[in-house]
Design a binder for this molecule. Structure first.
Ligand code: NAD
Ligand code: MN
Length: 356
């Protein structure tokens, strides 16, 4: 029997609150379905840990994580520690070291949710964002030649390998999910060096996958189309910066941060992939027990799909949709009065009915 080894990093603020409910759902699944067995280990590497030890994780932290099959990450951020410290010393080293070069973000309007747009179901596409290079590269500098001539340069670094591997992932995902089109987000009309190269590399992969349609839009127009005709997208392929911005827009058109999941994926399987809600530690509501755990439960479902259990992923989404459709047990961010724990309990109950 295969036992999935899952590292749990609850983090700060609402991170532990929503992660507890996601683990509750995983445990429920392993009780219902004897073919899904897991072993979890919790790592309390967060801002408290930093204040005690002067670092976000132990020196051998990455080594401690490397043999897990996946990582479920809460969120970090605490007013006592600069955000740059928490992010650059925990999340980014994990993404980089484990070559999680795919940032995967579904944009799906679940049954029972209403979009702020005049759109009915289905809004259902995925954003596949390059997660390791591009515009988010620590390369550049500031130059001071006297006040009036002060300047800064920030370099974008795009490599053949980096672009090719993310484009290949997008096409492979489309194929495995029976999708028919990949949309490339670009700006090669103005950012002529980096984005023209991006387009050329993406189009080499598109040419090898001619059975799947390819289209290309400039990022500014594409942002407008997300609002005007979100139904027309299936797989949106984007660079690091463009994908970051499109992801938040995507989450806004399907119900907000309480329902936005993500995966940081290492497709080779050589290293663990990491799954986390898009939202942060939400200090304004932390400790009140009212955070919506659905984004984190959905992230755990993405983890299950990554571990080869698309059936369990689908069951979790169906259970969430039933809860959303009934509109009886909802957290305040989506118009209800229920607590974080109640959402976990009601989804677990639905799963027992669906699968039991
Ligand atoms: P945030 O996502 O934490 O909160 C933004 C707003 O959305 C807040 O009003 C919050 O209450 C609400 N919200 C977020 N998640 C919610 C949920 N599950 N249910 C209900 N409401 C929810 O973003 P922020 O306020 O910009 O950042 C707070 C801290 O989180 C900062 O320290 C930031 O650096 C950190 N952060 C961490 C990550 C991460 O760990 N990957 C991501 C984003 C922000
Ligand atoms: Mn972002």
């Amino acid at each position: 029997m295969n036992v999935d080894k899952i590292a749990i990093l609850p983090g700060d603020g609402i991170g532990p609150e929503v992660t507890r409910e996601a683990v509750k759902i995983l445990q429920t699944l392993s009780e219902i379905d004897s073919t899904f067995q897991m072993e979890t280990k919790e790592f309390n590497w967060n801002s408290d840990y930093y204040l005690e030890h002067g670092r976000m994780m132990p020196e051998d932290g990455l080594d401690q994580l490397k043999d897990f099959d996946a990582i479920l990450f809460g969120a970090i951020g605490d007013y006592r520690v600069p955000d740059s410290v928490t992010i650059w010393n925990l999340i980014l080293p994990i993404r980089k070291h484990f070559q999680q070069y795919v940032n995967f973000r579904p944009v799906k309007l679940l049954r029972g949710m209403e979009s702020p747009l005049k759109q009915d179901n289905p809004i259902d596409f995925v954003i596949i964002r390059e997660n390791s290079e591009g515009e988010y590269t620590d390369s550049g500098g500031n130059m001071f030649h006297g006040e009036t001539r002060e300047m800064a340069i920030q370099n974008t670094v795009m490599t053949r390998q980096g672009i090719t591997q993310i484009a290949e992932f997008a096409y492979q995902y489309a194929r495995e999910h029976g999708l028919t089109k990949v949309t490339n987000a670009t700006k090669s009309n103005v950012v002529v060096h980096a984005m023209s190269f991006w387009d050329r590399m993406v189009e080499e992969i598109a040419d090898k996958n001619k059975d799947i349609a390819y289209e290309k839009y400039y990022i500014d127009a594409l942002a407008a189309y997300f609002v005007q005709r979100p139904k027309s997208f299936e797989v949106v392929l984007a660079s690091n910066l463009f994908g970051d911005i499109l992801s938040d827009l995507g989450s806004a058109i399907v119900g907000g941060l309480g329902l936005a999941p993500s995966g940081n994926i290492n497709p080779s399987g050589e290293f663990p992939s990491m799954f986390e809600a898009v939202h942060g530690s939400a200090p304004d509501i932390a400790g009140k027990g009212i955070a919506n755990p659905m984004a984190q439960i959905w992230s755990a479902a993405l983890m299950l799909e990554h571990l080869g259990r698309r059936d369990l992923h689908d069951a979790v989404l169906t259970a969430m949709e039933e809860v959303l459709e009934e509109k009886k047990v909802l957290t305040p961010d989506i118009g209800g009065t229920a607590s974080t724990v109640e959402i976990g309990d009601v989804i677990a109950g639905k799963l027992k009915k669906i699968m039991g």
